[in-house]
Design a protein around this ligand. Structure first.
Ligand SMILES: Nc1ncnc2c1ncn2[C@@H]1O[C@H](COP(=O)(O)OP(=O)(O)OP(=O)(O)O)[C@@H](O)[C@H]1O
Ligand SMILES: [Mg+2]
Length: 312
């Protein structure tokens, strides 16, 4: 697998915190990504746009080491991600917050406990209950809850919150890591339009305040254009669009997708899916015992047998 020279990590626009070069990922006969390249500078807010199955989640998961490339290079915060193991991988993941469509909260735990699990990347050993976290961690968690407007709900069970509130908790949990990069995989796909725009605005405000770099996958062109600095369009695992949002119209974006569409069915899917409003959908809270456990173990290709089979 080719590496990226350290000298290629900077550009006149700033420091490149994410560099993906010619990334190909195959799952058996399915090519999820095909020679995809992407460079993200510190502080940029990027949307990955594309139809279902275009490779958005797969690309995001490579940035956090949750997938291993079939070919190509992935460099994040100066590290060749596929080469990282053990403590070095955990350290990188501690600097990369991840927000998911389904929130992935632990339903029976309080909001505060859920946020505190975000600190588990930095502290050793299991933590059972509020008492096992330091006062400093609790104060930090409460400050993050205040930032996302949920201080009053700190001691409420997470599964009693609305979808929008649960996503706020997930954002506070990601902030608990004090991340440099925030990855968000369709963070508003399960929310109604009003909650969606509130969550997107919150992510952007926090990112601007803290100088966070954000890479967020979305389906909706309108939302992406109004929110991101830059959009990167994927189609069948290939990057077919990479443009600043300033000065580009929805019609131009759709025109590019229209140009690369190869079938009438695909054109129809583009028209309906990329321009559809976000649809509400009830979301059950998962019963996972620990979010970091599920992220580190269940999702980790380095510890899962099926994923090991995918490695070259
Ligand atoms: N673990 C896996 N095993 C097999 N195939 C996979 C796996 N993960 C992704 N794929 C396939 O790779 C392709 C890209 O999937 P991916 O989830 O990245 O798309 P996406 O753009 O995130 O779609 P969506 O908008 O529906 O979330 C799809 O064809 C998908 O079925
Ligand atoms: Mg996806």
């Amino acid at each position: 697998m080719p590496g990226l020279a350290a000298s290629s990590t900077t550009s006149p626009g700033g420091e490149a915190v994410i560099e993906v070069r010619n990334l190909t990922k195959r799952f058996g006969d399915t090519t999820a990504l095909h020679e995809a390249s992407l460079t993200v500078q510190a502080g940029e807010i990027i949307v990955l746009l594309g139809l279902s199955g275009s490779g958005k989640s797969t690309l995001l998961r490579h940035l956090d080491g949750l997938e291993l490339p079939t070919d190509g290079a992935v460099r994040v915060l100066g590290h060749e991600v596929p080469a990282l193991r053990g403590r070095a991988l955990r350290a990188l993941r501690g600097r990369v917050g991840f927000v998911f469509q389904q929130f992935e909260l632990v339903g029976p735990l309080t909001v505060l406990e859920n946020v505190l699990t975000g600190a588990l990347f930095r502290i050793r050993g299991p933590r059972l209950g509020l008492w096992s976290y330091s006062g400093g961690h609790k104060l930090t968690a409460l400050a993050h809850l205040d930032r996302v407007g949920l201080l009053a709900q700190a001691y409420q069970r997470a599964d009693t919150l609305s979808g929008g509130q649960q996503q706020r908790v997930a954002i506070a949990r990601a902030l608990m890591q004090n991340p440099s990069i925030l990855l968000a995989d369709e963070p508003v796909a399960s929310l109604d339009p009003e909650s969606s725009s509130q969550i997107m605005a919150l992510i952007k405000d926090i990112a601007r305040d803290s100088g966070l770099t954000v890479v967020c996958s979305l389906h909706q062109v309108d939302l992406a254009l109004g929110w991101a600095d830059r959009i990167v369009g994927l189609r069948h695992g290939e990057v077919v669009l990479d443009t600043p949002t300033a000065g580009i119209s929805k019609a131009q974006v759709m025109e590019i997708y229209g140009r690369v569409a190869t079938t009438t069915a695909e054109l129809g899917a583009i028209a309906t899916e990329l321009t559809a409003p976000v649809s509400p959908e009830p979301v059950p809270a998962p019963a996972a015992s620990s979010w970091t456990e599920s992220r580190d173990a269940a999702l980790d290709p380095r510890t899962s047998a099926s994923a090991r089979d995918n490695r070259r």
